[in-house]
Design a protein around this ligand. Structure first.
Ligand SMILES: [Zn+2]
Length: 238
């Protein structure tokens, strides 16, 4: 029983830390000190250590000599490679979803799309971030391939901080929403090829979006000095 509670606690801590990484409260390169985290979350070091171990396994945290656990920091090249794979995984999800999705799954995709419409119209990039996630997970689920769902979800989690950053680029939520429309139309028509092409183009980072991403990366890098215990919030986009 105690062990189960302990596991649940470390799982909740994992989620909290992961959310702080995704929202930029903990920036890439920030040192994750067990004692500081234990104090901040009001828990002992054991569940913190377990949560960090889980995040290490997911690739969201890495260890560095002399610094211990830090928030993972992908190089621009690595990031482009990850988005390239993400685009193909999402393409596979869309291809299978176009053939296999149920009416209820189509309804969920459309509901998520509506939520995206609302937050794009309100120019609320944070709300759009969560609505966008719901939209993409609904497509992974509609593929009816659990293994693919797991792989796409795992990579999506690694890319969360960067996807959030992308949405801070001016008018990106509105453009993203328009790209979703093409995906929704293709899925509704059961046009697998169109679904693949539209979702791939939506996810892959190329051209102007590559330049935008590289430019915004500099905003999110934590100072490499030793005292990164109170990371600054990244600058809000204008
Ligand atoms: Zn999207």
């Amino acid at each position: 029983m105690d062990r189960m509670n302990g596991n649940r606690l470390s799982e909740r801590l994992r989620e909290s830390i992961e959310e702080e990484i995704a929202t930029g409260k903990l920036l890439p390169g920030t040192r994750l000190d067990e004692v500081d985290l234990a104090t901040r979350f009001g828990v002992s070091r054991t569940p913190i250590r377990e949560a960090l171990r889980l995040l290490l396994g997911e690739g969201l945290v890495e260890t560095r000599p002399q610094r211990g656990a830090v928030v993972a920091q992908a190089t621009p090249q690595r990031l482009i490679e990850m988005f390239e794979v993400m685009a193909e995984l999402e393409g596979m999800c869309a291809r299978l979803a176009a053939r296999r999705l149920s009416d209820a799954e189509m309804a969920e995709i459309e509901a998520a799309h509506d939520a995206c419409r609302g937050s794009a119209a309100a120019r609320d990039a944070d709300a759009y971030f969560y609505a966008n996630e719901r939209f993409h997970y609904a497509i992974y689920a509609a593929s009816h391939n659990t293994f693919l769902f797991e792989q796409a979800s795992a990579l999506q989690r690694k890319l969360r901080p960067y996807r959030r950053l992308q949405l801070r680029v001016r008018n990106r939520p509105q453009r993203s929403f328009e790209e979703h429309q093409a995906i929704v139309d293709a899925l509704r028509e059961g046009d697998a090829e169109k679904a693949v092409q539209s979702i791939r183009a939506h996810v892959v980072v190329q051209g102007e979006r590559f330049a935008d991403l590289i430019a915004s990366l500099s905003q999110m890098t934590a100072s490499s000095s030793a005292s990164t215990d109170t990371p600054a919030e990244p600058a809000a986009s204008a």
